[in-house]
Design a protein around this ligand. Sequence first.
Ligand code: ATP
Ligand code: MG
Length: 510
Amino acid sequence: MATLAQSFSADSTNVAVLIPHKPDVLAVSYQQLHSHIGAFQEKLARLGIKHGDAVSIALPNSYEFIVSFLAASWQRGIAAPLNPAYKQDEFEFYIDDLKSAVALVPKGSFEQNGPAVRAARKYNAAIAECYWDGREVVLDVKELGKLQGREYQRLEQAQPEDTALVLHTSGTTGRPKAVPLSHRNLTTTMRNIQDTYKLGPEDRTYLVMPLFHVHGLLAAFLAPLSSGGSVIVPPKFSASQFWTDFIAHKANWYTAVPTIHQILLKSPLPNPIPKIRFIRSCSSPLSPKTFQDLETTFNAPVLEAYAMTEAAHQMTSNPLPPGKRQPGSVGLGQGVEVKILDQDGNEVPQGQEAEICVRGQNVTKGYLNNPSANASSFTKDGFFRTGDQGKKDPDGYVIITGRIKELINKGGEKISPIELDNTLLHHPKVGEAVCFAIPDPGHYGEDIGAAVVPKPNEKVSEAEIKAFVAEKLAKFKIPKKVWIVSQIPKTATGKIQRRKVSEAMLKKDE
Ligand code: ATP
Ligand code: MG
């Protein structure tokens, strides 16, 4: 089970992948999926893709993404999914970083000379359009680029330590870093996720996260498929389509970032709410308020998990009932060792805050072409430094208090922006709140800024927000400046980048 190919059984009679709203629904069995992957592997072999070649996949969530991803990684290629909405500069950065052999793009992109096509051409990668024609996933090669003259490559079985996937981190705290993940890394996470949520053939997931990020790829696609269950794959998240699809295709769980949960809470609800086995939240802090709202509104256990690209996604999660769920905590290590270590690599006493560090077969061996990050990211005992600050409660549940790089350093006092967000969200008129560092030259060095989106049809003032914090927290945690805004900038996966929010707010004042 240590390679992707070994993790997918063709025996199940279940629907493996279901694509709603094409002209017709496409429902593919495990056997069909296997035969489509086999046929696509042949096409990649004919193109000359060989061991270690990066296959950049700039496709939206779709059946062609799934088949090309699995085909590329099963035959010792490296799958490198990219957000299809990137601009040319972004495509150039990623295609150059991996020296991609080929870029897979949606049908029509070549004729339109789209940004992925221009970027691939600049770095001499082959360009191929990829789409489902009703019978098979087509690989329509438009330019051979550096693959010109390559011969047919005999199909090779991937080995556990081969790199199966390279994804870049989200770039929240700096330039995105390229993370190679081996078959062993991925299959370990797949098994950990199956065990945590007891995934089985009767489970049906509705996939709302992009497949170009570990969250969607591992938790909502690879783990459920390797458990023999079904994955329902709409082209993207749509609040108005969510419940119709969820109910029509008998989904029983989903995983998403808090932003998506919040959108669903604000959208019209079906009556009755379908039976949901559990809701998973991951990738950004879930406020205890949203946790409560979700549990009461959707009548399902909400399990917050903690993940990162370098760990092939999941590290910790709250357990299924009858296990205890702890709002505000990301739960327990799930097949992953989690320790809170000081700078010297020593474990701190329970309850004390320091850096969250993890060790397990799921963790990458190191970043690509980044010796300085690799040197500082691992302890001598092989623990990976997450860059997140946190502590453990008496039951061992992990509580994240912030990213080390995002803590607000107010004259030496380290303030957790997550604590501030959670406080502001309790204000009855506040819909969204994000706190961050703003420069305070000549005084504290840094001070607190807050961006606040009022609830629909509500108004709130800077003074009200400050007075509210003053009631709840120590005086030094009152934001120096509060921006009342209509929206807060987020990444394509719905993550908040505090550094970027800070820049955007300060720009408003220029
Ligand atoms: P970069 O490493 O480039 O700065 P990034 O860390 O945002 O970007 P990802 O690997 O996508 O890139 O995200 C991992 C980070 O997301 C974690 O280190 C943590 O800070 C945050 N995170 C994940 N899950 C949670 C959670 N449940 N609560 C709070 N933060 C979370
Ligand atoms: Mg990171």
